[in-house]
Design a protein around this ligand. Structure first.
Ligand SMILES: *Cc1c(COP(=O)(O)O)cnc(C)c1O
Length: 394
């Protein structure tokens, strides 16, 4: 028997807190630095620039960033390392740039986060990379879309507006057999609910802005890779000058310690509210991966260890005005972008605006909820009042 931490909650508490990073204090402190001082010219000459975990120059980080990266790597069995980025979008862009070359073709899931599409259709296109979109529920059928030029497949599971759960292992095994790289935006589940590398993913991406930070006050992204892609990711992110402030890394590390208990509560409250909403006469459909009628629900059952606090639902009647009235009525739900913090949010969403190969079947207006850490009874009372107000208006 070894005393090395193995189980997730233990890893969340102990990750990145070795004496080399923390000394005698509990939390690895904030090391702010541009210049790193050397004792002698000989020592300066002997230092190597891009080497994680070694002082060289502020852009290459300090123990504050290294310890957070190490803690995130620990959560993903099979990973070689993690690099941090100033936002989730920066993490996605740099990960794609690390694997793609002019002339390559990228297969992108049609339910992807809208700014991911923008990066592909604009920037990547300008640099000679072609993006083709695919149905999130395609599974092993993705093999019919592969060409000689297909270099990478990007997944996001579930989609963050419509919540289709992808058959990640099936897509990964098709990709592996052809030497194609797989990248996953794992922001919704995090490695706590979906260990990506164990499912066959090569490159796992998190918008840490959401659940890792967990307090709606920091922008941050991370990319974790297998050994095979680690060098390319490091070279690309360093060449592009990617760097994260040590203060932000500190706050993300603080958020990470409670990620397990927060996700447990987000899961319990969101599931209860999703089930309650499903029974309301004003609601046509609830899109939550743990509910049986969610597209890809069987993959969620098979592959996931839990469900986080974000889901959508569709109102049976009304349009833009009724939806706005409903959202405006809510007292405990903020109106705004992002999610994953301790607080609840409600957002009108129109996913068909960001689709090219799959149609939306729901008729009514859609609302996305992030269920925070408030008492779920208060949230249900709030939603009930909002629904009755929107019914009166309709
Ligand atoms: C928010 C989000 C991102 C982008 O993260 P930022 O930190 O806001 O750049 C990427 N993917 C998903 C699924 C997200 O929800």
């Amino acid at each position: 028997m070894t005393a090395e931490p193995k189980r997730t909650d233990t890893k969340l508490v102990s990750g990145g807190r070795g004496k080399g990073y923390a000394g005698r204090v509990v939390n690895p402190p904030v090391w702010r630095a541009s210049t790193i001082l050397f004792d002698t010219v000989a020592e300066l000459r002997a230092a190597h620039a891009p080497e994680d975990g070694r002082f060289y120059y502020g852009r290459y980080g300090t123990p504050t960033q290294w310890s957070l990266a190490e803690a995130l790597t620990d959560l993903e069995p099979g990973a070689a390392g993690t690099r941090l980025f100033p936002s989730g979008v920066a993490a996605i862009s740099v990960a794609l740039m690390a694997v793609l070359r002019p002339g390559d073709e990228l297969l992108m899931v049609d339910s992807a986060y809208a700014p991911t599409r923008t990066f592909c259709d604009g920037f990547l296109k300008r640099f000679g990379v072609t993006t083709r979109y695919y149905d999130p529920l395609i599974g092993a059928g993705i093999k019919d879309l592969l060409t000689e030029k297909t270099r990478a497949i990007f997944l996001e599971s579930p989609g963050s507006l419509t919540f289709e759960v992808q058959d990640v292992p099936a897509i990964c095994s098709v990709a592996r057999a052809r030497g194609i790289v797989t990248l996953l935006d794992n922001t919704w589940a995090t490695p706590i609910f979906f260990p990506a590398m164990a499912a066959g993913i090569d490159i796992s991406i998190l918008a840490c802005t959401k659940y890792v930070v967990g307090h709606s006050d920091v922008m941050l992204g991370s990319v974790t890779t297998t050994d095979q892609h680690w060098r390319a990711l490091c070279d690309t992110s360093r060449t592009l000058g990617q760097h994260v402030s040590p203060d932000d890394a500190y706050l993300a590390a603080r958020g990470l310690r409670t990620l397990g208990v927060r996700l447990g509560q987000h899961q319990a409250s969101a599931l209860r509210i999703a089930q309650w909403l499903k029974d309301q006469p004003q609601v046509a459909k609830v899109l939550h991966p743990a509910l049986v009628d969610c597209p890809g629900h069987e993959h969620w059952v098979r592959d996931f260890k839990g469900a986080s606090g974000l889901f959508s639902f569709v109102l049976r009647r009304g349009g833009e005005a009724e939806r706005a009235r409903f959202v405006d009525q809510l007292k405990h739900f903020g109106i705004g972008y992002s999610w994953g913090g301790f607080e609840s949010l409600a957002l009108p969403v129109d996913p068909h605006r960001f689709r090219s190969v799959t149609e939306r079947t729901e008729e009514g207006p859609m609302v996305r909820l992030h269920i925070g850490l408030e008492d779920p009874d208060d949230l249900i009372a709030d939603l009930a009042y909002g629904l009755s107000a929107c019914e009166e208006a309709a």
